[in-house]
Design a protein around this ligand. Structure first.
Ligand code: GSH
Length: 237
């Protein structure tokens, strides 16, 4: 049985199954990406809930794994060379799990880099811009009198949606017939923009029908249906 005791995070979130991938997360768009990948690949894993309402992400134990204090993060007890591998940043985790399982990312050739290109489009564009729409529309920023920052992020988000809509206009998934980690990274953010952030009208989602078509295909997948609630949030009392 692997010994994970050298990772301080296991003091706060003990591993019941140290032979499984340890997932530290919450079902936010970045968290869901990794839960979807774990469900799709069938890798055995143990989810641990990181509660933002308790500021768990800023605890010394969590920061020992990700000094940036953001979910998701993992420890794979069976990493390269059979040694435990701690990893944060959802894009890096997706590439790692894809390489480990040889699923959802071509192993070599041009298609590999094209898939990574779209993954980076999400990491550098979709996530940060949609996230700012959330801040200025739904959270603290909605009280700001000056609407120019909000409008800037709406415009940037529309620009990203335009690119996605064009890409998807003649494709089932971002990479065509093959469902990949690029879809797993991008679609949870579209779901969040029009769902939790309630920004569908604001960004004019009706202008991007191919994005919503592919979002529905994604949400219909059994693994996705399950993953959007992993790790389970505590029941409201
Ligand atoms: N680039 C990071 C971003 C992760 C991220 O922003 N996570 C958010 C939840 S979606 C978070 O942990 N926020 C808590 C905080 O900022 O304190 C990744 O993709 O993993």
């Amino acid at each position: 049985m692997p010994d994970l005791s050298r990772f301080p995070i296991t003091k706060k979130w003990p591993a019941q199954h140290p032979d499984r991938i340890q997932l530290y997360s919450l079902p936010t768009p970045n968290g869901i990406k990794v839960s979807v990948m774990l469900e799709e690949t069938g890798l055995p894993y143990e989810p641990h809930l990181v509660r933002f309402d308790a500021n768990d992400q800023s605890s010394p134990e969590f920061l020992s794994l990700n000094p940036y204090g953001k979910i998701p993060a993992i420890i794979d007890p069976d990493g390269p060379g059979g040694q435990p591998l701690p990893l944060f940043e959802s894009g890096a985790i997706l590439i790692y799990l894809a390489d480990k399982t040889r699923q959802f990312l071509p192993h070599d050739g041009a298609q590999r880099y094209e898939t990574i290109q779209w993954l980076m489009f999400q990491m550098g564009g979709v996530g940060p811009m949609f996230g700012q729409v959330g801040f200025f529309h739904k959270f603290a920023g909605k009280h700001y009198e000056d609407k120019r920052p909000r409008d800037r992020y709406i415009e940037e988000s529309r620009r990203l949606l335009r690119v996605l809509n064009q890409r998807l206009s003649d494709r089932a998934w971002i990479m065509g017939e093959d469902y990949t980690i690029a879809d797993m990274a991008i679609l949870p953010w579209v779901r969040n923009l029009i769902g939790f952030y309630e920004a569908a009208d604001l960004v004019g989602i009706g202008d991007f029908p191919d994005v919503t078509r592919v979002l529905h295909s994604f949400l219909a997948r059994p693994s996705v249906k399950k993953a959007v609630n992993i790790p389970a949030r505590p029941k409201a009392s």
